[in-house]
Design a protein around this ligand. Structure first.
Ligand code: SF4
Length: 225
């Protein structure tokens, strides 16, 4: 089963596999985890149809069992093809298997242990010219409803990632980048990414002085003077 949604979407969600209902209807997220996803997206102010959604494994996994390595190898070329065709600005893998596959594909050093993946959820990563924003799979809330507030906070970031920083066209960082004096990662991770976390942005918003050569993470780069 291929994905569905907006073909020019900035964000591509990658889940694990279709469930029985999804596979029968040929639609993404129509079961209980779909309801949770809708709630999480709604709380982030994101319309489902403004995204493209797809799966790593293209068929139902019997009794929702874990995917085998040969199944991942058999299905992932289809996902790769979707990514190559749609060229999403940010790939949002949901849960362990999708995150491990996408981070490995872009050589972004995925954690080795299953439990260590909690550390990458909700963190924007830029590697090999691709931005990735891993999130917990909505189905995880079916088994662990106590994580709801924490998960909602991570999904809230989608609203930030959905558009560039409002100062992206006039910020000195853009000028430094165009002159070849600033690495692209700063633009991708902040100006076209998580601008809410940019220290320059926060200082502008609160009317606090900052040097022109302050980087988005708040460090000073005097080579920019
Ligand atoms: S450096 Fe910060 S304030 Fe400037 S455009 Fe980028 S995110 Fe916005």
């Amino acid at each position: 089963m291929y994905g569905e949604g907006e073909l020019n979407a900035r964000l591509m969600l990658v889940a694990l596999s279709p469930g029985q209902n999804e596979d029968r209807e040929g639609k993404m997220f129509i079961g209980p985890s779909g309801k949770i996803l809708d709630e999480l997206l709604q709380s982030a102010g994101i319309e489902r149809n403004s995204l493209y959604m797809t799966n790593l494994i293209k068929c139902v996994l019997p009794k929702n069992r874990k995917p085998k390595q040969d199944e991942i190898e058999a299905c992932s070329p289809v996902l790769d093809e979707e990514i190559n065709m749609l060229l999403p600005d940010i790939i949002v893998p949901l849960g362990y298997y999708a995150t491990r596959y996408i981070l490995t594909k872009y050589a972004a050093d995925p954690p080795l242990a299953h439990t260590d993946f909690q550390a990458v959820y909700g963190k924007l990563i830029y590697s090999n010219d691709q931005k990735t924003f891993p999130l917990p799979h909505p189905a995880s809330l079916i088994y662990n409803p106590s994580y709801k507030q924490e998960t909602m906070k991570k999904y809230h970031k989608l609203e930030i990632l959905f558009r560039d920083c409002k100062w992206a066209t006039m910020c000195p960082m853009k000028w430094y980048f165009e002159k070849g004096r600033l690495q692209r990662k700063w633009i991708e991770l902040y100006c076209k990414g998580d601008w809410e976390s940019c220290i320059r942005y926060q200082k502008e918003a609160s009317g606090t002085y900052h040097q022109d050569w302050m980087l988005p993470d708040g460090s000073l780069d005097e080579s920019l003077i």
